[in-house]
Structure formats: structure tokens, C-alpha cells
Design a protein around this ligand. Sequence first.
Ligand SMILES: C[S@@+](CC[C@H](N)C(=O)[O-])C[C@H]1O[C@@H](n2cnc3c(N)ncnc32)[C@H](O)[C@@H]1O
Length: 669
Amino acid sequence: MGQARKVKKKTTERKTAKTSTVAEPVVKPKEITIKGTKGRPMLTWVGKRPLRNVPVFPAQEIERFTPEGSSLTIDENKWNDWPDTYPKAGLLFHGDNKEVLAHLLANGFRGKVKLVCIDPPFDSGADYVRKVNLRGIQGKARIEGETYTVGELIQYTDIWANDNYLQFMFERLMLFKELLSNEGTLYLHCDDTKAHLLRCLLDEVFGAENFMNEVLWLFRERGISKTTWNRKHNNIFVYAKSLGNQIFNVNSVRDEYSEETKKKFKYEDENGRYQIRGRNIPGSPVRQADGLRPEHEEMYPGLTYRQYMEDGQLPVDWWEIPLVNKAAKERTTYPTQKPEELMYKIILASSNNNDIVLDSFIGSGTTAAVAQKLGRRWIGCDINKGAIQTTSKRLQSIITEQIEKNTKKASQSKLELDDKNNENEPSPAQYSFAVYRVNDYDLQIQHNEAVNLACEHIGITRNRSDSFFDGTLGKRLVKIIPFNHPLSPLDLEQIKNELNARPGEDRDIVVVSLGKELAADAWLEEWNRMRKKGDVPNKIEVIELRTDQKYGTFIKHEPARARVSISRKKDNIKVEIKDFISPTIIERLKQQSGVLQPQIDDWRSMVDCVMIDTAYIGDVFNITLSDVPEKKNDLVNGVYELPAPGGETTVAVKIIDMLGEEVVVTSDV
Ligand SMILES: C[S@@+](CC[C@H](N)C(=O)[O-])C[C@H]1O[C@@H](n2cnc3c(N)ncnc32)[C@H](O)[C@@H]1O
């Protein structure tokens, strides 16, 4: 069963949430200015544009996790450089990182970030999907032990035309450079599909003189090729903002000597086993040799020192770290999740306690998870709601565990308490975090999924190499208009410009959109008039999914529903989820199960997690209780008792299903 984590909110915390300026849009300049790049060498591509001014959008706080104990333990002095507009907490942004990074620059983070760790899409040409299973049910129609699968959910698409990809990365790299402090470092993870181009981009933006390393991450898994060398490494490029000033904690990342080398440590003193070495290495913790026996002096005339085995060896630029194992505790269901061990190395080496670590391609939250465990402050961002939900759940579990552990420690002796300042397990910089939205991506992030469904239903063949058109339908070219806005004359103008740039292109065009502005009809009439006159060869047809009888049926969405009883008895609030139904999950199950009809006896198998806010104020959801089952097969509890705040209050219950759909039920008690 899931572990319900009860966390009582203090009145003061409540006030903080209410008066938090970020719950309202943060009003800031409309644009930020970016310095030019370092220049040489310079890569060029079709449509390369410098990034000079970036519009700045406000951020709205949508969720906050402040469990009991979170505010007591923070060392305020370590937060002096933190902008007042934000709570002293981890920050998780839902949005396109270009806009989020511009927002951070305009809101007090310029030059404050010590470490940027990014693992962007690699231009792999793939859709990354998360396999979604229902929780813990052994359905009647299923073989015992099997779980129902609700199919695959696209988390993000990594299909780019080369030029778009380079422009995308170029712009983000420029923004990272502005955010980095002078002692800061950027780690960019990629593979050999784009490594050569990304290195050129990095040289251009950061300056080749700031290149630190190309680390090879080696792993043994994957690879079944019999015609090429199997790829068993990825690349991590490391650039300093200003080489020579960068943080590099060499002693935190020394490696253990191999068994073979250990044999060379033949001597022993009160500090442990050592060998005699001939010269000192700057930055090394080795202790100068004293009282050497004469035979040693003969062997090592001049400066000699004792090199101790336990100090470990200097770190190297190739790391052998296995991919995340399916059964690992850290495993989420998010595709492309990276191992925590990788992030431990990076964060330990290139940041200190309380430093700000930023990852704006956060995915399953690995960077934030390790930063939280290593006592760093962190900022994460992702455009995908599934990633934000996964990261939020992961951080809730880590912080709750940390609070439990450190509360226990606090009641123990001073000696044991000092132990928590151990380098590898420093005190957390924060025990809370807040989730923001920069622009509303709820619709846009479903674009990938919707495009895929649309292609499937209409029968469009995707074209992964065309930078403008999304595919073909028979002989016709297809353009899909993002589903967050109706087709407008502006979209049609873009199609016209694209066709102008391709003089020989005489294929007809199909435009797929969710809806259509009236003005678009006038534009299309004019286009058809021109076509009749022979001025343009391409016929343009529109499939408007919202009203299209033939193709539009798949977009009808019946929202998930919940029946929840919320009652109050004096100082206690009782929440009981009586039922939950997701028509989308049921529909997907039907499609998957063929002749076997799905049997869901317990609504809880459709639910991923439950969160409760006992004093809901309508915009920010303050998590007073979170029920995030630890194992994939565990179920949420469904019944909760919580302390009630004084006076009448609004209780909100947020239920997130296995497909990431959220239902919020509120009641005044
Ligand atoms: C390779 S994954 C990161 C995986 C992560 N390192 C982990 O350990 O889980 C890349 C992530 O970048 C996100 N992403 C892609 N384009 C983005 C954009 N423009 N803004 C923010 N996030 C983006 C994707 O949604 C995806 O979660």
C-alpha cells in the first residue's frame, strides 16, 4: 500500500503562500538582451539567426510542496543571492526552456548559476514514449501476475530538421552562458549523432578557450549490431564560463585504485597504506613524506611524498557507469532517464553545498534529485507535463525521506548530528519546492501526442527530414498547425512563404488544424482565385478536426471524474475517495485488450498519486498531504485523515491518473 505522508502546514507557511508574489504574474521587463557569441570557429546553417532580444513572460505558481519541518531547517544566510520574488525552495518550471531561461535572466538569476547540467534531445529521430501500466491489478481476464497496459504515452518528440536543431541548441546555449556565474560550468550530454556539431556550437558560444573536457560515459548495455562497432558510449562536453575560475572539487571525485594498483601501496603508517612518489601533484591531498628511511631517499632523491591509498586516484575523463536498471530504486517510467551516479560525479566536482544547479531539460528529475541529496539548490524545467509530474513526485519522496531522517538525527547526540555534514550527504539546502508555469503549455505539450494520433487516424505518413511539412497524405504535402491555436491567416502566410521558397513544388497541400479562424476562410478563397488564374499551382485543403465528421472523432475527450467525500469533525478533516473513472484509460484498455474485456475492480489501479491541500486558495496548490506509492504495483490509500486548519476552509483533492490527467475536487468545510 502507498505510504500516505501527512504533513501539517503551519499558519505562517500558509501566509507565505498567500502573499507569495509569484502566485501572481511577476511583472518584469518585456525583453532581455543577450551578448553576442565568442565567435570562432563558427558553424553556419540555413536560417541561422543571432539571439539578441528574448521576450520575457511571467510565471505563475501552480503547486507548492512545503511539508512540516521544511522551513525550520533552512540556513537563511545561504540564500542571500536568491531573488525575493521566489520562495527559498527548489524551483520547477513547466514550459519551453527558451522562455523559462529568459524569465530567470530577467528575474534575478543572471550570473548566479554555478552549474548547468543538460541532457537535451539528441536529434535521434525518435519519439520517446513511456509505457503506461495500471497499478497492481491482476485482472480477471489476464494471466496472473500481469498488469494491464494502457499503451504508450509520447513524452517528447526528438525529430528535427538539422538546421532547426542547431538553432534550437544555439539559442539555449547563449541563455545558459548568461545565467552562469564566473565560477560556473556547463555539462552537455549528447551522443555521436550530434556531438561534432554541438562541440562547434559550444566553442562558438563559450569560446574554445573555455573548453574543459570531453568526458566519455561508457556503458556495457545495448547494442546488437553485427555490421558496425556497437555504440557503448555517450559524450559529455564540459565548458567553463571562464576557464581557470571554475569550481572543480578534485578530492570529491577521486576514484578508488584498482586491486592491481592497490598492491603497490606497500607501506603503512597511522594514516593508512601508502606508496612513495617522486613529485607532488598540485591540488592533490597527498601528505609530504617525513621521516623517510634512508633506502627511500636513495630511491627518490629530492622531493618525495607519501601517497595514501584511501585518498584515491585523480579522476579521469572516461566514466564507466551502467544505464539505469529496470529494477533500480531510482527507476521512474520516464524514457531516457539517466543514472544518478552520473549526476553525483558532476555535481560533486563542479559545485559546492548550497550552489544553484540548473537543468532545463529535466525529464524524470535526475539532476534535481541528486542536487537535493547533495545539499545544492536547484532549478528544473521541462516542456512536458509528464516530466514535471514525474520530477515532482520524485522530489516529494526524497524530501519526505530527508525530513524523516534528519528529524530523527536531530533528536540524537551532537556527535551523530555532525555526521550529517558528511561531504557525501550534506544537509539539504531546502526541504520544499514550488512548481511554476511559464505560458500555458497544457495544450501545446499534448501536441506531440495529438500529432501522432492525427497522423494515425488520417493516415498521414510522417516525414522526418522535411523542416516545414509534417508528412504526406497520398501525393499531398501535410502541414499540421499546433493544436493550441486555430488556423489563422498567419499560418497560411507561412505556408505561402515556404512554397515561394520551393519554386518547383507543385504538390497540393493538406492543412490539419483543430479549428479555424474566419479570416482564414477569406485567405483561402483568395488563394483559390489565384490558383484558378494559374498564379499558384498548389491546391490547399483544410481538415478542421473539431468539426470533421470523418477524421475528428479521436479528439473528443471525456474528462476523468472522481467521487470524493470530504468531511470535518472538529480539528480533523477526513477525505475519502469513493470512486474514480478515466474514460480515456477505459477506452485505451478496450483498444488494447482485443477480445478480452478489461476488468478493473479497484479504481485505485487507474490512479498514480493523490495530493491534498487543506487550505486551498484557488491558484497555488499547496501540498499538505501526498500519497505517492513507492512501488509501481502499490496502490494509493484513498482514505486520509488530516489536521484541519482553524475556521472554515476549502479542501482540494488532486488525483492524477496513470496517463497524467488531473482531477481536482474541492469542498468547503
Ligand atoms: C533526454 S530527456 C532528459 C532526461 C533526463 N536527463 C533524465 O534523467 O530523466 C530530454 C528532456 O528535454 C525535454 N525538452 C525538450 N525540448 C524542451 C524544451 N524546449 N523546453 C524544455 N524541455 C524540453 C523533453 O521533454 C525531455 O523530458
